[in-house]
Design a protein around this ligand. Sequence first.
Ligand code: HEM
Length: 403
Amino acid sequence: MTDQRAWSIVETSAFDPIARVSPHGRLKDLREQCPVHRDEPVKTWFLTRYGDVREIVNDRSLWRHGSRSEEGALLRRIDRDDEGERIDSILTLDEPDHSRVRLPLAKAFYARINAMKPQIEAIIDKVIDEAPADRPFDLIADLAIPIPILVIAAILGVEEQRFREFRDWSEASILGLNPLRTPEETARMEWGSAKLTDYFTELMAARRAAPKDDLISDMVALQAGGAPLSDGEIRVNLSALLIGGNLTTTDLIGNGVWLLLNHPQELAKLKADPSLAAAAVEEILRYDSPVAITNRVISDEREVGGCPMHPHQSVIASLHAANRDPEVFEDPDRFDITRKHAPHVAFGGGSHICIGAPLARIEAKQALVRLFDRFPDLHLAGEEPTWRALPFFRGMEALVVAG
Ligand code: HEM
């Protein structure tokens, strides 16, 4: 350890100015010297070895809901902020409710993604075709932010004339991902969430009266056909798709372009053989994933990595650290899109594994292929990017490029 004590969880997160630029040095210190680390001030275990992270995320008997964790635990505070009369999304539901809600939602969502794949790809192509060829542009603001919002809007069935408002509400409610947000940001988040709730209520009523070809119609039809889902649960989980999918996909595209432009040999391989795009997306997810951590709550007496853990103790698994573990990935700090086996944990695992993974993969793959097809000479055209200070996520504020 470089400074004789284990790094705290926050010191490995984007909230810290050094870890924001790169968390990997500190995560390596922890993985080598204190892989099962008890961060006592925030009453949380922090795991950095691939094997321990896999074991914890895959274990379906553990809890997810922060309210089950002990007083003072870091992620318990997020749930506190939102207390009141509230329906949880699948993100924090425990069994049996998690399966009851996730199974019909996932079935409808995956059928919709499959049916709409050509439309999703066309949306992405259009955004990229509209990027300027005659001057530098911000890849984040001009491409990586609009792509996932436009795609999820089409999947859900948002009307085109409401699109501007929908984007404002979505961006406001995403502030909820920041456990360290200011009171002003909390107020904006509450405004965005309330607007989305009203809008989804309106859309559900409209689709019951006249179904369309969209996910909101699918969900109200499932409910009418007997799926045990309340209106509130449908609304909250459609919002979860929106919030869970926007910033993450933005960052997957942004981090991917940044990595490829900084690794010209890898970019050359991709340009020479665009069928490598799917493998490139997996390597981007392994190397610099948009989501740094996930969490679980211990439900029974057990040992993890030789350390005794007790019920209600909170565990944060570092997906970033696991994905650079040399026990599993040869030469883990090398970015290599032709890496053979890449069983990364960027999407977590077990029953809570990211429901949006198939969509994220489609979007990132199409964005990379189309971008380097339209701009074969794409290059960096601005200052070093600023990494966002949002803890537990990894992405850039802006990335100026030119074709
Ligand atoms: C782009 C890259 C993305 C990454 C890296 C990512 C990562 C993750 C991770 C790590 C989890 C927690 C898994 C666990 O605890 O085991 C998760 C859950 C989730 N993600 Fe994603 N995600 C991405 C995209 C998306 C998209 C596109 C959507 C929706 C359209 C989405 C919606 C969700 C939802 C709803 C959950 C909660 C699932 C559950 O708890 O059952 N994500 N994601």
